[in-house]
Structure formats: structure tokens, C-alpha cells
Design a protein around this ligand. Structure first.
Ligand SMILES: [Ca+2]
Ligand SMILES: [Ca+2]
Length: 389
């Protein structure tokens, strides 16, 4: 497939580079790339400033593929579901984590105002605000962790799409010099995103990194990363759960508050405190880590919202089940599930890479998208279910 004509606002492509100077993380993004003119495609200027999170797509030859790739299907999810359901048949007690905290909480039935009439990023389709009614559901209190995902993989032998493709997108600022020196591609509109061979959920920054570096550096309690929408769906189905709809996710994010920016209110730093793992400093060159983390943090490191949910904004982006569209109306909706078809899936909440200057998407109404087979070093998920599991 050539460069896709249906790529939306960025019209970005991977640039096939003769050379990249990645020696200094202080170098501005524009200076990072040396590009043969015949292979340069200029992104449209309709996007404005952005982290480029939604530019990560495998289609259109974005990532080189080696060997046989087997896109996941609904059948795969059903297979894992049956196994999970058999195992959990007699398990009625709410599951708790090692700290005795329930792994899922009830999100009560109700109505809320979805989206906003004062969009931070209008082209993302954050508006108009519309009234939405939802049935009750249960939601994971934290993002699915590496430990959680390892349990799934150990039980099923599941192989993620990043492992099948052989690579995944990693933020340049997290890569070691040896790994950087081998990179020959970058995302044109967001050159801090680099496709890294061998990057996957076990090796978030490529082959020389690990979620289990040492007992002190273990990231088993961090959100799992480099999982595609299909991977996330397979996990949730195995667990007897499903991905939340965008409406469920946003309703849960708001924690019972009405028309507020964040899960906790309108102030980014209430009482001078950090309530989410975001980016402080200058993006993408300097992350001060003022909130304690320059990459992911252990799940539940920041205060929970009114429903007892942690990291709904920040830390890792979270997949939802909806197809992406930017077209909404003010019609009142009941349990909406998004468009019937589409090309990208909706993700919510922003990540540790979000800064107001580049990615003001750490708001409940904010949204972004990726193709279902995309994966990156700042994108994870959590699950929901109709019953407490
Ligand atoms: Ca941070
Ligand atoms: Ca999150």
C-alpha cells in the first residue's frame, strides 16, 4: 500500500532518512532530520501544535514488516474469552490487589454532559457538549499493568502485534544512544517518534531495556505499553471484560463532577500538588520530571478521582472501543457506542508526554486516535465489565 490518501489532518508519513542526528536531545525537532527531497512529504498545517501521538500508524508502509504477520481477529478474542470464563466460573468474590484494594469499582448509572463547548483542541471533535445516559458498569481502578499483562501472556501464550511486526514506536527522549544510532526512520510531523526494532511490552525502549531490569528498577507495576487495540481487546476478553466505550470512559473520568476539565476539578495543580503524571518543562527537549516521573509511573501513584479511579488522565493513554469520528451533534444519547465503522480507534486521557503547549489532551473531554494495530511507548488501556469480576 502506498501513502494513504485517507490520512486525515497530518498527512504525515515516515521519512526514509539517509541520516539522523540524534546525538543531542536538546536539538530542536526540525534539526533532527536530514531528508532526501524526493522522499519528503510535508504535513498539513491544520493540526497546530501536537504531540503527534495520533500520527503513529502502521498502514501506508509506516513500519517495515518482516516475516508473517497475523492481524488479530474477533475469533482470537473469543478464544481467550472461553478460557477465561471457564476459569472464573466459580469465582464470586471481588478481586483485590496486593494492597487489598478492589481491582474494579462500580460506576453508577446516570447521565452526564459529554464533550465540551469550549474545546481545547477543536479539530479533535471535542464538541459539541451533549447529554449522555449510561447504564452502570464496573471499571478497573488502574491501567492494566505489566504484571497483569504478564499473567495473561503466561496463561495464554499470547503474542502482541508489536512482537509480530517486530517493532513499535518509542519516544526518542527515552532511547539509549546505541538504539538511536540504528534508527533510520522518524515520523515527519513528530520526529520524536521513532520506530524501534525489538520494542514491545517487555522491552519498552527497545532490546536493551526491560520491564524487569532489576528489583529496584522493575516496572511490573507500571502500565503495560506497546499494546495495540487488538491486543487490549484480547486481554479484556480473556479477563471476562471489555474495553470501555468512549462515553463510559469519559463519564468515569469525570468522577461525578460536572463540566470540569480534569478528573479532580479545573485546577491543574490543586494546592500546589501534582494529580497526574504529565510533562513539565519544554516539550520535546526537556522534561523536568517535577511530578516525580519522566516516563510512566507505577499505577495508582497519584490521587484517585471521585469514583476511586487512578491515572484516568496522564501516565498512559487508554484505548476505548469506539471508532473515531470528529462529527458529533447535540442529540441526547443512551449508551452510545460510537460509529459503526471507521479506520482509527479512540484513545483517551493523554500520557506522561502531555504538555499544554503540545498535547493539551489530559482533559476528560480530550481525545485522540490511532489505527487499531498501532502501538507506542505511551499507550495502554484498562477494562470494564457489566458485572464485578
Ligand atoms: Ca511526569
Ligand atoms: Ca491513563
Amino acid at each position: 500500500m502506498g501513502i494513504s490518501a485517507r490520512m486525515p489532518c497530518w498527512a504525515f508519513v515516515i521519512l526514509y532518512l539517509n541520516s539522523i542526528d540524534l546525538a543531542s536531545s536538546d536539538t530542536s525537532a526540525d534539526e533532527l532530520v536530514t531528508v532526501p527531497k524526493t522522499e519528503t512529504l510535508v504535513p498539513s498545517d491544520s493540526e497546530g501544535s501536537s504531540c503527534g501521538c495520533h500520527s503513529l500508524k502502521r498502514e501506508g508502509g509506516v513500519l517495515s514488516l518482516e516475516g508473517e504477520t497475523v492481524p488479530l481477529s474477533e475469533e482470537a478474542a473469543v478464544k481467550y474469552s472461553k478460557r477465561a470464563n471457564d476459569e472464573r466460573e466459580n469465582d464470586q468474590e471481588p478481586k483485590q490487589d496486593v494492597n487489598g484494594i478492589d481491582e474494579m469499582v462500580l460506576i453508577p448509572a446516570g447521565e452526564f454532559l459529554m464533550g465540551t463547548n469550549n474545546p481545547g483542541i477543536p479539530q479533535d471533535g471535542e464538541g459539541p457538549q451533549r447529554r449522555v445516559h449510561l447504564k452502570q458498569f464496573f471499571m478497573d481502578v488502574h491501567e492494566v499493568s505489566n504484571q497483569d499483562f504478564q499473567t495473561f501472556v503466561n496463561a495464554t501464550g499470547y503474542v502482541t502485534e508489536a512482537e509480530k511486526f517486530g517493532d513499535s514506536f518509542v519516544f526518542e527522549g527515552l532511547l539509549s544512544e546505541p538504539v538511536k544510532s540504528q534508527i533510520t526512520q522518524a515520523v515527519a510531523a513528530a520526529p520524536w517518534w521513532l520506530p524501534v526494532r525489538g520494542a514491545n511490552w517487555r522491552h519498552p525502549e527497545g532490546p536493551d531495556s526491560s520491564i524487569e531490569d532489576s528489583p529496584l528498577l522493575s516496572r511490573m507495576d507500571h502500565p503495560v505499553l506497546h499494546v495495540s487495540w487488538s491486543d487490549a481487546t484480547a486481554y479484556c476478553t480473556w479477563a471476562g471484560k471489555r474495553l470501555p466505550t468512549e462515553a463510559e470512559w469519559e463519564y468515569a473520568c469525570r468522577g461525578g463532577l460536572k463540566d470540569r476539565l480534569y478528573p479532580w476539578g479545573n485546577k491543574l495543580y490543586p494546592k500546589g500538588q501534582h494529580y497526574a503524571n504529565l510533562w513539565q518543562g519544554e516539550f520535546p527537549s526537556h522534561n523536568t520530571g517535577e511530578d516525580g516521573y519522566i516516563r510512566t509511573s507505577p499505577v495508582m501513584s497519584f490521587p484517585a478521582n471521585g469514583y476511586g479511579l487512578y491515572d484516568m488522565v496522564g501516565n498512559a493513554w487508554e484505548w476505548t472501543s469506539d471508532w473515531w469520528t470528529v462529527h458529533h451533534t447535540t442529540d441526547e444519547l443512551h449508551n452510545p457506542k460510537g460509529p459503526a465503522t471507521g479506520q482509527d480507534r479512540v484513545k483517551k486521557g493523554g500520557s506522561y508526554m502531555c504538555h499544554k503547549s503540545y498535547c493539551y489532551r489530559y482533559r476528560c473531554a480530550a481525545r485522540s486516535q490511532n489505527t487499531p494495530d498501532s502501538s507506542s511507548s505511551n499507550l495502554g488501556f484498562r477494562c470494564v465489565s457489566q458485572k464485578r469480576l
